[in-house]
Design a protein around this ligand. Structure first.
Ligand code: NAI
Ligand code: X2X
Ligand code: MG
Ligand code: MG
Length: 347
């Protein structure tokens, strides 16, 4: 466990230097890890675990994602099972179902949570709001979490690139005295290099805030607001898209991802620096109240309930896809299709 100074605050971070893959394999050598759910995190985590030499099986209901698991090399009856049989065979049940589905599947999962097993999540949702989800684990099992800070798709691609994606981790219940070893070993096993300590509640509330905020919701709102403003003042779609999205993702984000915002600013013109330093304040002031409102809605459980209510509907996937189609077909993102084709690497 390393103590690291984050802007003046000391935090605990587990590193693969201190907990190498060999140690993770030793810790989990007698475990059967069942990854339940093969949507986005399921493939990323199960394939990385398999490639890292862990004993892993998959549990998935029949359908397209089951077929995807077969296509990925999981063998029906050997390493690929229905949800219930996978839970029965498991010593670590890794619940990577959609958060809403965890509610519907909980009775099946709970039935096979016998003493000494571990219940593993990648999001604190089900436990944090278990007054709404009903996911209350028995006292004689470990309850642990490794939450990748990124898409399961990135977890897999970055693993294959030899990089890895960091995660946060938490222990909700340590019935066996092995919860810490199990959770860190799982974090290393799925391909995370650094593991940041958190709690189920802090992870769940920060994650729901982040994905509704700067990671997904707020960023689309901000980009569209600027795009619309430029278009309403006579700028062409390509000029509006280049000035709002393409330059951001292709040039400026990689700069601040590499060395921080001041570095990105310093590598722009002094004209831009003056303007950005002036205008970051009103944008901050205009959006901070929205973030406060968002956080309260998350902390009060209202966002969790909204997700449960909508994503528990039989046609939840179709409804989500309809809204994603509208986003895809919007002028801004249709312009993006053409602009992306003009990237030098695409020609
Ligand atoms: N998507 C991501 O990259 C990330 C997801 N997470 C967390 O990981 C967990 C899994 O997330 P995703 O992979 O996005 O899930 P997902 O939304 O892709 O669904 C995973 C699986 O759940 C199955 N499923 C859905 N409804 C079901 C039902 N009623 N009965 C049985 N199976 C059902 C689907 O077939 C699918 O294979 C969640 O707790 C999520 O919050 C955490 C970090 C990132
Ligand atoms: C990818 C991720 O971390 C998210 C946005 O929290 C999620 O997919 O739930
Ligand atoms: Mg997240
Ligand atoms: Mg999330």
């Amino acid at each position: 466990m390393a103590k690291m100074n984050f802007g003046g605050v000391i935090e605990n971070v587990e590193t693969r230097e201190e907990f190498p893959l060999e140690k993770a394999r030793e810790v989990l050598k007698d475990e059967t890890i069942a990854v339940i759910g093969y949507g986005v995190q399921g493939p990323g985590q199960s394939l990385n675990l398999r490639d890292n030499g862990f004993n892993v099986i998959v549990g998935q209901r029949p359908g397209k994602t089951y077929d995807k698991a077969v296509a990925d090399g999981w063998v029906p009856g050997e390493t690929l099972f229905g949800i219930e049989e996978a839970c029965e065979r498991a010593t670590i049940i890794a619940v990577l179902l959609s958060d809403a589905a965890q509610i519907a599947c909980w009775p099946t999962i709970e039935k096979h949570l016998t003493a000494g097993k571990a219940l593993y999540f990648s999001h604190g949702f089900a436990i944090t709001w278990n007054d709404r989800t009903g996911v209350v684990p028995p006292k004689d099992v470990d309850v642990i979490m490794v939450a990748p800070k990124g898409s399961g798709t990135s977890l897999r691609t970055m693993f294959l690139e030899g990089r890895g994606l960091n995660s946060s981790y938490a222990i909700y219940q340590d019935a066996t005295g092995k919860a810490w070893d199990r959770v860190i070993a799982m974090g290393i096993g799925i391909g995370s290099g650094y593991l940041f300590e958190t709690t189920f509640q802090r992870e769940a509330t920060s994650d729901l805030t982040g994905e509704r905020g700067t990671l997904m919701g707020a960023i689309q709102g901000l980009l569209l607001a600027q795009y619309e403003t430029l278009r309403e003042h006579g700028h062409t779609p390509s000029e509006a898209f280049n000035e709002t999205v393409e330059e951001l993702t292709q040039s400026l984000m990689p700069l601040f991802a590499a060395k921080g915002m001041d570095w990105m600013y310093a590598n722009c013109s002094t004209t831009a620096q003056r303007g950005a330093l002036d205008w970051m304040v009103p944008f901050h002031d205009a959006t901070k109240p929205v973030f406060e409102k968002l956080y309260k809605s998350v902390a009060d459980g209202l966002e969790a309930q909204r997700s449960i209510d909508s994503n528990s509907q039989p046609d939840y996937r179709e409804k989500l896809n309809e809204e994603l189609k509208a986003l895809r077909e919007s002028e801004m993102w249709q312009t993006g299709v053409v602009v992306r084709k003009l990237r030098p690497e695409n020609n």
